[in-house]
Design a protein around this ligand. Structure first.
Ligand code: ATR
Length: 276
Protein backbone atom coordinates (compact mmCIF):
# COMPACT_ATOMS: atom_id res chain seq x y z
CA UNK A 1 0.00 0.00 0.00
CA UNK A 2 1.28 3.49 -0.85
CA UNK A 3 1.89 5.91 2.06
CA UNK A 4 -0.44 8.95 2.21
CA UNK A 5 1.00 11.91 0.26
CA UNK A 6 2.76 14.61 2.28
CA UNK A 7 0.60 17.61 3.16
CA UNK A 8 1.45 21.17 2.08
CA UNK A 9 -0.52 24.34 1.53
CA UNK A 10 -0.73 28.10 1.36
CA UNK A 11 -2.23 30.09 4.22
CA UNK A 12 -3.51 33.64 3.69
CA UNK A 13 -6.58 35.87 3.94
CA UNK A 14 -7.98 36.10 1.35
CA UNK A 15 -6.30 33.27 -0.55
CA UNK A 16 -8.91 32.15 -3.09
CA UNK A 17 -6.98 33.70 -5.97
CA UNK A 18 -3.58 32.29 -5.04
CA UNK A 19 -1.72 30.59 -7.90
CA UNK A 20 0.45 28.58 -5.50
CA UNK A 21 -1.64 25.35 -5.70
CA UNK A 22 -1.36 25.47 -9.51
CA UNK A 23 2.41 26.07 -9.41
CA UNK A 24 3.22 23.49 -6.73
CA UNK A 25 0.91 20.96 -8.39
CA UNK A 26 2.98 21.26 -11.59
CA UNK A 27 6.27 21.10 -9.64
CA UNK A 28 5.11 17.93 -7.82
CA UNK A 29 4.10 16.26 -11.09
CA UNK A 30 7.33 17.25 -12.82
CA UNK A 31 9.54 15.94 -9.98
CA UNK A 32 7.27 12.96 -9.13
CA UNK A 33 6.80 13.95 -5.50
CA UNK A 34 3.87 12.43 -3.57
CA UNK A 35 2.35 15.54 -2.07
CA UNK A 36 -0.90 17.44 -1.85
CA UNK A 37 -1.10 21.24 -1.68
CA UNK A 38 -4.18 23.06 -0.42
CA UNK A 39 -5.41 26.62 0.17
CA UNK A 40 -6.22 27.70 3.74
CA UNK A 41 -8.17 30.93 4.14
CA UNK A 42 -7.52 31.87 7.77
CA UNK A 43 -8.07 35.30 9.39
CA UNK A 44 -5.29 36.75 11.61
CA UNK A 45 -7.03 35.86 14.89
CA UNK A 46 -6.94 32.15 13.98
CA UNK A 47 -3.56 32.06 12.25
CA UNK A 48 -1.45 30.62 15.07
CA UNK A 49 -3.98 27.96 16.05
CA UNK A 50 -4.42 26.86 12.45
CA UNK A 51 -0.68 26.54 11.78
CA UNK A 52 -0.13 24.53 14.99
CA UNK A 53 -3.05 22.24 14.14
CA UNK A 54 -1.71 21.70 10.61
CA UNK A 55 1.76 20.68 11.78
CA UNK A 56 0.48 18.64 14.77
CA UNK A 57 -1.59 16.60 12.35
CA UNK A 58 1.29 15.69 10.08
CA UNK A 59 1.51 18.71 7.73
CA UNK A 60 5.02 19.14 6.27
CA UNK A 61 5.13 22.69 4.97
CA UNK A 62 3.19 25.90 4.38
CA UNK A 63 3.56 28.94 2.20
CA UNK A 64 2.49 32.07 4.03
CA UNK A 65 1.00 35.02 2.23
CA UNK A 66 -0.67 38.31 3.16
CA UNK A 67 -1.43 39.31 5.86
CA UNK A 68 0.44 36.67 7.88
CA UNK A 69 4.10 36.98 6.85
CA UNK A 70 5.23 38.89 9.96
CA UNK A 71 3.12 36.76 12.32
CA UNK A 72 4.69 33.64 10.79
CA UNK A 73 8.16 34.94 11.69
CA UNK A 74 6.99 35.29 15.31
CA UNK A 75 5.60 31.78 15.40
CA UNK A 76 8.58 29.83 14.02
CA UNK A 77 10.94 28.09 16.46
CA UNK A 78 13.89 28.97 14.24
CA UNK A 79 14.43 31.40 11.36
CA UNK A 80 16.85 31.09 8.47
CA UNK A 81 19.27 34.08 8.24
CA UNK A 82 17.40 35.46 5.21
CA UNK A 83 14.03 35.25 7.02
CA UNK A 84 15.54 36.90 10.07
CA UNK A 85 16.87 39.79 7.96
CA UNK A 86 13.55 40.18 6.15
CA UNK A 87 11.60 40.07 9.43
CA UNK A 88 9.00 38.08 7.53
CA UNK A 89 8.37 34.46 6.55
CA UNK A 90 6.76 33.07 3.40
CA UNK A 91 7.76 29.43 3.95
CA UNK A 92 7.25 27.24 7.01
CA UNK A 93 8.40 23.66 7.37
CA UNK A 94 8.60 21.03 10.05
CA UNK A 95 12.12 20.03 11.10
CA UNK A 96 13.33 17.47 13.67
CA UNK A 97 9.72 16.21 13.79
CA UNK A 98 8.41 18.92 16.13
CA UNK A 99 10.13 22.23 15.35
CA UNK A 100 8.87 24.83 12.90
CA UNK A 101 11.47 26.49 10.67
CA UNK A 102 10.64 29.83 9.03
CA UNK A 103 12.27 30.85 5.76
CA UNK A 104 11.81 33.65 3.25
CA UNK A 105 12.29 32.87 -0.45
CA UNK A 106 10.84 36.12 -1.88
CA UNK A 107 14.16 37.91 -2.36
CA UNK A 108 15.79 34.87 -3.92
CA UNK A 109 12.76 34.62 -6.24
CA UNK A 110 13.20 38.19 -7.45
CA UNK A 111 16.94 37.84 -8.00
CA UNK A 112 16.54 34.58 -9.92
CA UNK A 113 13.81 36.05 -12.10
CA UNK A 114 15.80 39.20 -12.84
CA UNK A 115 19.07 37.42 -13.57
CA UNK A 116 18.16 33.97 -14.92
CA UNK A 117 14.82 34.59 -16.66
CA UNK A 118 15.07 38.22 -17.72
CA UNK A 119 18.85 38.55 -18.18
CA UNK A 120 19.00 41.74 -16.09
CA UNK A 121 22.41 42.61 -14.61
CA UNK A 122 22.26 44.02 -11.09
CA UNK A 123 25.96 44.40 -10.22
CA UNK A 124 27.22 47.97 -10.74
CA UNK A 125 23.77 49.44 -11.46
CA UNK A 126 21.78 52.24 -9.77
CA UNK A 127 18.45 50.91 -8.47
CA UNK A 128 15.35 52.68 -7.17
CA UNK A 129 12.99 50.75 -4.90
CA UNK A 130 9.60 52.36 -4.42
CA UNK A 131 8.05 51.41 -1.06
CA UNK A 132 9.49 50.64 2.35
CA UNK A 133 7.11 47.98 3.70
CA UNK A 134 7.47 44.22 3.99
CA UNK A 135 7.90 43.64 0.26
CA UNK A 136 10.81 46.10 0.01
CA UNK A 137 12.42 44.72 3.16
CA UNK A 138 12.31 41.18 1.76
CA UNK A 139 14.22 42.00 -1.44
CA UNK A 140 16.84 44.44 -0.11
CA UNK A 141 19.49 42.03 1.18
CA UNK A 142 19.52 39.67 -1.86
CA UNK A 143 19.80 42.71 -4.18
CA UNK A 144 22.61 44.29 -2.13
CA UNK A 145 24.49 40.98 -2.24
CA UNK A 146 24.79 41.45 -6.02
CA UNK A 147 26.67 44.72 -5.39
CA UNK A 148 24.70 47.37 -7.24
CA UNK A 149 26.41 50.79 -7.32
CA UNK A 150 23.61 52.27 -5.21
CA UNK A 151 20.09 51.48 -4.06
CA UNK A 152 17.74 54.36 -3.30
CA UNK A 153 14.62 53.39 -1.32
CA UNK A 154 11.90 56.00 -1.81
CA UNK A 155 8.65 55.88 0.12
CA UNK A 156 5.49 57.97 0.43
CA UNK A 157 6.34 58.23 4.14
CA UNK A 158 10.00 59.29 3.90
CA UNK A 159 10.90 58.43 7.51
CA UNK A 160 10.09 54.76 6.89
CA UNK A 161 12.48 54.65 3.93
CA UNK A 162 15.27 56.31 5.94
CA UNK A 163 14.78 53.85 8.81
CA UNK A 164 14.91 50.88 6.43
CA UNK A 165 18.05 52.20 4.73
CA UNK A 166 19.77 52.65 8.11
CA UNK A 167 18.86 49.12 9.10
CA UNK A 168 20.47 47.57 6.00
CA UNK A 169 23.31 50.14 5.66
CA UNK A 170 26.11 47.70 6.47
CA UNK A 171 25.15 45.49 3.50
CA UNK A 172 25.91 48.05 0.80
CA UNK A 173 25.41 51.51 -0.62
CA UNK A 174 21.86 52.34 0.38
CA UNK A 175 19.93 55.55 0.99
CA UNK A 176 16.30 56.29 1.95
CA UNK A 177 14.14 59.29 0.99
CA UNK A 178 10.66 60.56 0.12
CA UNK A 179 9.02 60.67 -3.34
CA UNK A 180 10.02 64.33 -3.83
CA UNK A 181 13.73 63.90 -3.07
CA UNK A 182 16.45 65.35 -5.29
CA UNK A 183 17.96 61.84 -5.30
CA UNK A 184 15.20 60.77 -7.71
CA UNK A 185 16.99 61.55 -10.97
CA UNK A 186 16.67 60.04 -14.44
CA UNK A 187 19.72 57.75 -14.26
CA UNK A 188 18.27 54.65 -12.62
CA UNK A 189 18.98 51.40 -14.47
CA UNK A 190 16.21 49.57 -12.62
CA UNK A 191 13.07 50.80 -10.83
CA UNK A 192 11.28 48.25 -8.66
CA UNK A 193 7.75 48.89 -7.46
CA UNK A 194 7.45 47.35 -3.99
CA UNK A 195 4.52 49.50 -2.85
CA UNK A 196 1.05 48.14 -2.22
CA UNK A 197 -0.35 50.79 -4.60
CA UNK A 198 -1.18 48.25 -7.34
CA UNK A 199 -3.56 46.42 -5.04
CA UNK A 200 -5.62 49.63 -5.01
CA UNK A 201 -5.28 50.07 -8.79
CA UNK A 202 -2.90 52.94 -8.09
CA UNK A 203 0.63 54.00 -9.02
CA UNK A 204 3.07 55.64 -6.57
CA UNK A 205 3.11 59.38 -7.22
CA UNK A 206 6.66 59.88 -8.47
CA UNK A 207 7.89 62.06 -11.34
CA UNK A 208 7.56 60.49 -14.78
CA UNK A 209 10.97 61.97 -15.65
CA UNK A 210 12.49 59.16 -13.55
CA UNK A 211 11.94 56.81 -16.48
CA UNK A 212 14.49 57.06 -19.26
CA UNK A 213 14.98 55.07 -22.46
CA UNK A 214 17.39 52.74 -20.65
CA UNK A 215 15.33 52.16 -17.47
CA UNK A 216 14.01 48.68 -16.75
CA UNK A 217 10.87 48.76 -14.57
CA UNK A 218 9.80 45.77 -12.48
CA UNK A 219 6.54 45.52 -10.56
CA UNK A 220 6.61 42.99 -7.70
CA UNK A 221 2.83 42.80 -8.17
CA UNK A 222 1.34 40.78 -11.04
CA UNK A 223 -1.94 40.56 -12.83
CA UNK A 224 -3.38 38.96 -15.97
CA UNK A 225 -3.66 42.44 -17.44
CA UNK A 226 -0.79 44.89 -17.27
CA UNK A 227 -0.46 46.30 -13.75
CA UNK A 228 -0.96 50.08 -13.34
CA UNK A 229 2.81 50.47 -12.70
CA UNK A 230 3.69 48.54 -15.89
CA UNK A 231 1.29 50.76 -17.88
CA UNK A 232 2.79 53.87 -16.26
CA UNK A 233 6.37 52.74 -17.02
CA UNK A 234 5.58 51.86 -20.64
CA UNK A 235 3.74 55.10 -21.26
CA UNK A 236 6.85 57.01 -20.11
CA UNK A 237 9.20 55.19 -22.45
CA UNK A 238 11.05 52.61 -20.33
CA UNK A 239 13.14 50.05 -22.23
CA UNK A 240 11.38 47.08 -20.56
CA UNK A 241 8.50 46.72 -18.10
CA UNK A 242 8.21 43.45 -16.20
CA UNK A 243 5.77 42.18 -13.62
CA UNK A 244 6.17 39.66 -10.83
CA UNK A 245 4.96 36.38 -12.41
CA UNK A 246 8.54 35.14 -12.72
CA UNK A 247 9.30 36.08 -9.12
CA UNK A 248 6.17 34.22 -8.02
CA UNK A 249 7.28 31.01 -9.74
CA UNK A 250 10.91 31.36 -8.62
CA UNK A 251 10.04 31.94 -4.94
CA UNK A 252 7.76 28.89 -5.15
CA UNK A 253 10.59 26.80 -6.65
CA UNK A 254 12.89 27.89 -3.85
CA UNK A 255 10.24 26.92 -1.23
CA UNK A 256 9.75 23.59 -3.01
CA UNK A 257 13.46 22.82 -2.89
CA UNK A 258 13.63 23.80 0.80
CA UNK A 259 10.79 21.34 1.49
CA UNK A 260 11.66 18.48 -0.84
CA UNK A 261 15.41 18.83 -1.48
CA UNK A 262 14.81 18.88 -5.23
CA UNK A 263 14.70 21.96 -7.48
CA UNK A 264 11.96 21.93 -10.13
CA UNK A 265 12.35 23.50 -13.55
CA UNK A 266 10.59 26.83 -13.57
CA UNK A 267 10.42 27.75 -17.28
CA UNK A 268 7.60 25.31 -18.26
CA UNK A 269 5.60 26.28 -15.17
CA UNK A 270 5.94 29.99 -15.88
CA UNK A 271 4.80 29.35 -19.44
CA UNK A 272 1.79 27.34 -18.26
CA UNK A 273 0.89 30.04 -15.77
CA UNK A 274 0.98 32.84 -18.31
CA UNK A 275 -0.98 30.72 -20.82
CA UNK A 276 -3.68 29.71 -18.27
P1 ATR B 1 3.85 45.14 1.94
O1 ATR B 1 4.16 44.00 2.86
O2 ATR B 1 3.01 44.80 0.75
O3 ATR B 1 5.07 45.93 1.58
P2 ATR B 1 3.17 47.15 3.91
O4 ATR B 1 4.26 46.69 4.82
O5 ATR B 1 1.85 47.52 4.49
O6 ATR B 1 2.85 46.06 2.79
O7 ATR B 1 3.74 48.38 3.05
C1 ATR B 1 3.03 48.95 2.02
C2 ATR B 1 3.96 49.88 1.24
O8 ATR B 1 3.25 50.40 0.12
C3 ATR B 1 4.43 51.09 2.03
O9 ATR B 1 5.71 51.45 1.55
C4 ATR B 1 3.37 52.13 1.68
O10 ATR B 1 3.78 53.46 1.85
P3 ATR B 1 3.65 54.18 3.30
O11 ATR B 1 4.75 53.61 4.16
O12 ATR B 1 3.85 55.62 3.01
O13 ATR B 1 2.27 53.84 3.79
C5 ATR B 1 3.19 51.82 0.22
N1 ATR B 1 1.91 52.26 -0.37
C6 ATR B 1 0.67 51.75 -0.17
N2 ATR B 1 -0.24 52.37 -0.94
C7 ATR B 1 0.44 53.30 -1.67
C8 ATR B 1 0.07 54.28 -2.64
N3 ATR B 1 -1.20 54.41 -3.05
N4 ATR B 1 1.05 55.07 -3.16
C9 ATR B 1 2.33 54.93 -2.76
N5 ATR B 1 2.74 54.05 -1.82
C10 ATR B 1 1.81 53.25 -1.29
Amino acid sequence: MNAAPDQYGVIGHPVAHSWSPFIHGLFARQTEQAMVYRRFDVPPAKFRRHVMHFFLHGGRGLNVTLPHKVAAAGLANELTPRAERAGAVNTLMIQNENEILGDNTDGEGLVRDLQDNCGVTVGGTRILILGAGGAARGVLAPLLELQPREIVVANRTAARASALAREFAELGNLIGCGFDSALLTDDFDLIINATAASTEGDVPVVAATLVSKRTICYDLAYSKEKTPFVRWAESHGCVRALQGWGMLVEQAAESFSVWRGIRPQTAPVLQALIAS
